[in-house]
Structures are given as C-alpha cells and as structure tokens.
Design a binder for this molecule. Structure first.
Ligand code: G16
Length: 544
C-alpha cells in the first residue's frame, strides 16, 4: 500500500489546553484539522517509527471517524503496531493502564472528557507518553509549534478497519490489535482492592449501590466489575450504555449535571452508596444518602484510610493536590508525616511526582482522584476505593466524612464556575486582579483582611521546569482563601472559575451549609474582582 502525501497549510487554533486539544466537533470536521494535528504529533515524536501506540476514546460523536483517520496516518508514518479498544472504546485510565502494561511508546485519547458530545458538542484529542500519563508541557508545546509550520500529512488509501472483532489485523506494514477495553483494567483493580470483601459488602442484606455511568465510557467497565465480578444486582449501574451524545446529557459528575443520581440519593429509599463518572471515565463523584462528598474531602478521606486497602497497605509515599484543591489532604499528610505537593491545575503535573516515587495518591477539586497505579485520574478506581473503606470500616459515607472532619477539621469548600463569559471581559477581569495582587496585603475586602496574594507558580521538583501564571490566590485571616483562574478546557467563550475555601476546626460548626459558610468570601471575591457585575451574571453557571 502506497503512502500518500497530502499538502496542507497551518490552521489556526491548534493550541492544546489543560488537557489536550478540545474543540467543537464542527471545528474538528474542517478538512485537514484533525490530520494537521495528528501529523504534527507524529512529526515531533522521534523514535515512534516501528513502535506501539494505544488508541481509543470515549465513544462520543466523531470517535469512530477519527480513529480510522488516525489508523491510516499511523500506518503511513511507520508506526509498528496500534492497540485499539474494541469499537474504538477505551476509558482514559484504561488507556493509561494499557500503555503501561504493554510498554507502548504512547497513547492517543479521543475525548473531550466531561464536555457534552454529539454533532454540536465537543471533541478532543490528547497524547499520553510512555508512562501512561498526559504529555508534559514541553511535548504539547512542540506539537503546537509544529502545527504552525505544517505543510503535509501522510496517509494510506485503504478501507476502514473493522474494530468490532477482537484480534489482529494489518494495515499496510502496521499491525492492529483490537483488544477488550475492560480486561486489563479489571485485572489491575483486582490487584489493588479486596474483591472478596467487596463481594461480601455488596451481598449484605439491604446494602445497595447506584453507579451512574451517564451514558459514557464507564458503563461497560462498571457493569463488568461492579455487577459482573462483584455481584451488585443488575440495575445497580444506571445509564450504562455509552451513547455518541451521552443521551443529550452533560457527562460531568457534579451535583448540577448528575442530577438523576442526586435525586435517587435524596429519595426516601435511597441506596447506601452512590457514584458517577464522566465522559471518559477519569472523574468521580461520591454520594452518600442525602450527602455529597466534595472531591477535596474525598481525596483526604482516601489518604487517611489508605492502609485499609490491600494495594496501599504499606502506606503512602506522599500525596499531591492541584493548587485550587482544598487543603484537607494537607492536614492528613501532616498527621501521617508524609510530604504533600501542590501542583498547577491539570493531571500532567502529577506525572513526574508519581514516576519519581514521591507520591502515591493525588487529586484535584474537579472530581479527579488517582494513584500511582496508572498515570491518569481514575473514576471507577475511586469508587472501588470508597467501597473497600466502607467494607472494612462499616458505617455510612456521611459518618466516615463527619468523623474525618472531627479528627482533622473541615475545609469548607466550593467552586463557582461562570461559563460562556465574553472572552475579552474575562481576560480583563483576570488581568485587573493580577495587576492588583501586589497591593492587596493588609487591605480589607467585604470585612475580610487580606494576608497575602500571589500568582501561583510551580517548579517541578523532578525536572526543574517552571510553570507560571497558574491561578490568582488571595489569602485571608483564619485559613480562608480564594482563587481565580480561567479554564483551559472550555470551548465556548471563556469559563472563569472561582475557588472558595474556609477552614472550620470547631466541630460544633462543621455541619453548616457550605454556601452560607462561604458567603463572606463570596462577597470578598466580588469586591476584589467585580466578576458578577462585569460579566453581567447574577450567579455562577455551576456550583460544585
Ligand atoms: C479542568 C479542571 C482540571 C482538570 C482539567 C482536565 O481544567 O479544572 O482540574 O485537570 O479540567 O480534566 P479532564 O481531563 O477530566 O477534562 P480547566 O482548565 O477547565 O479548569
């Protein structure tokens, strides 16, 4: 089969964000858009020829087309072998696991994660390196630079490959192996968690769980593991069939978008344990009866209870959290006398820490928790971790969190998202606060005294690389903090995120309603940024 060289020109807007290149499907459907990006990726990966790549996505609209394009281009670029999930399906943690298990050169994830799908929805592409994790900034920057000068892409003239059947096939000189997306991942989960105990928990009379796969990629994984291997009754997994448009839903596991799960967990006959995952299976939400666990608290609870779980029985080397994530896990690290690292937003920053053995667990306030078992956050893993803790400790989700607060204090926490803000207005709001930062210390905003303010910068302790401008932080008296940053994953206008945190050591006051407890900070944020007034919004689009 002959390699075809197709002339092309750079196309604007191919700058990968927090988590790869995310755009509207219609943008990806422009002639040459996907091809330019994929060829730029192949052009900046020395040593790829003859090696193995893993390829798969969350099944969203355009997944099937993009996979065929990428397979032809991979073959034309001399890739030795591509492992593809059956029907083109792989969850993000599932792909990370396969890259590691099969010692692949890297992997390509097709997903826009928690963003909506369908012809008018979003699509995305992300490159993962040989450790199974998202490519670091120096690689994504090289890809972007290449998109600015690209002048040709390579492909083969060939029919589509049948990805519905497991087994091997060939495309030109390249081998293609269609693999079961769940098998390897399920084996890894069996190594980490006490499946016997989990089976016993799920068999307890009256104990019920509800896992909402949100019509996204975790459906088949959760059905195979929770219902198939652990014996949860059929129907414990809801919305388990992946659909190209996620059934019209927004596959983001938060109280706003996972409203079906929240309603079930608030009903009189609510199950004991509820959880949801997102489009590509890397995020998680944990819910008890009428009780939603914040992701920051969830990370802290997992860290505090890790030794109850076989895979972590030897203890944690350290923990890491993204800067806007609450300091709840810091308090656990202090009690355990292990290091706690604070990184910029985005999972790629955990990779070096995990590879160097500096930390075992990591997490982000955006519903991402994970460990050194893969190099991505992992939704179903977090669910199994919680179930394992419940199986050993007994009690309820709520009692475990409340006991945690009693022991460590409560970091009352919330994130307010303002989506679809006019991009110029958003830029100005951030720029003005950045300019004001050096003048804030000692000032009072809505009755709160500013102690200090900074623009978060991070020096990677492993490779010394420096990332600046990662979020504007204002610290107040009594352990309160607000952070303002612009999202790097939105596809419409700009999304501004306001992160609010207040420490409450007094057990008598820990039951307070979150938004009420944070009202002084919400007022201070408005006084300092004018965010609501300037964006013309009365309230945030999403509160988590
Ligand atoms: C958001 C979250 C980040 C997360 C990123 C990618 O980024 O705030 O914490 O790392 O999404 O997550 P996923 O891979 O699940 O899409 P941003 O820049 O929009 O705030």
């Amino acid at each position: 089969m002959q390699v075809k060289t197709v002339p092309t020109r750079p196309i604007e807007g191919q700058l990968p964000g927090t988590s790869g290149l995310r755009k509207k499907v219609t943008v990806f459907q422009q002639p040459g858009y996907l091809e330019n990006f994929v060829q730029s990726l192949f052009d900046v990966l020395p040593g790829l020829a003859g090696n193995t790549l893993v390829l798969g996505g969350d099944g969203r609209y355009f997944n099937d087309r993009a996979i065929q394009v990428i397979l032809r281009m991979a073959a034309a670029n001399g890739v030795g072998c591509v492992l593809v999930g059956r029907d083109g399906i792989l969850s993000t943690p599932g792909l990370s696991d396969l890259v590691r298990q099969r010692h692949a050169f890297g992997g390509i994830v097709l997903s826009a994660s928690h963003n909506p799908g369908g012809p008018d929805g979003d699509f995305g592409i992300k490159y993962n390196i040989g450790n199974g994790g998202p490519a670091p900034e120096k690689v994504t920057e090289a890809i972007h630079q290449r998109t600015l000068t690209i002048d040709r892409w390579l492909t083969l003239d060939s029919a589509d490959i049948d990805l519905g059947r497991l087994g091997e096939t060939a495309l030109g000189a390249m081998r293609i192996e269609v693999v079961d997306p769940v098998a390897s991942y399920a084996r890894l989960m069996q190594q980490l968690f006490d499946f016997e105990r989990l089976r016993a928990l799920l068999a307890r009379p009256g104990f019920r769980i509800c896992f909402d796969a949100m019509h996204a990629v975790t459906g088949p994984y959760a059905q195979a593991i929770l219902e198939g291997q652990l014996g949860a009754p059929a129907g414990s997994v809801i919305n388990g069939v992946p659909l190209p448009d996620f059934g019209g839903g927004h596959p983001d596991p938060n109280p706003t978008y996972a409203d079906e799960l929240v309603a079930r967990m608030c009903a009189a006959d609510a199950p004991d344990f509820g959880a949801a995952s997102d489009g590509d299976g890397d995020r998680n939400m944990i819910v008890g009866r009428r009780f939603i666990v914040t992701p920051s608290d969830s990370l802290a609870v997992l860290a505090a209870n890790a030794t109850l779980v076989p895979g972590y029985a030897a203890g944690l080397k350290g923990v890491a959290r993204s800067m806007p994530t609450s300091g709840a896990v810091d308090r656990v690290a202090q009690a355990l006398d292990i290091p706690c690292y604070e990184t910029p937003t985005g999972w790629k920053f955990f990779g070096n820490l995990l590879d160097a053995g500096l930390c075992t667990l990591c997490g982000e306030e955006s519903a991402g928790t994970g460990s050194d078992h893969v190099r991505e956050k992992d939704g179903l893993w977090a669910v199994l971790f919680w179930l394992n803790i419940l199986a050993v400790r007994g009690g309820s989700v709520e009692s475990i969190v409340r006991e945690h607060w009693q022991r460590f204090g409560r970091n009352v926490y919330s994130r307010h998202d303002y989506e679809g803000v006019d991009a110029a207005v958003a830029r100005q709001i951030v720029a003005d606060l950045r300019t004001a930062l050096p003048t804030l210390a000692g000032r009072t905003a809505a009755g709160l005294k500013v102690l200090r303010a900074d623009d978060f910068a991070y020096t990677d302790p492993v490779d010394g690389s420096v990332s600046r401008g990662q979020g504007l932080c204002v610290f107040f008296d009594e352990g309160s903090r607000l952070v303002l940053r612009a999202s790097g994953t939105g596809t419409e206008g700009a999304t501004l995120r306001l992160y609010l945190e207040r420490f409450e050591p007094d057990t008598a006051r820990q039951a307070v309603e979150t938004q009420a407890a944070l009202q002084p900070l919400i007022d201070a944020a408005e006084a300092l940024t004018g965010l609501r007034a300037r964006s013309g919004r009365q309230r945030p689009t999403v509160i988590t």
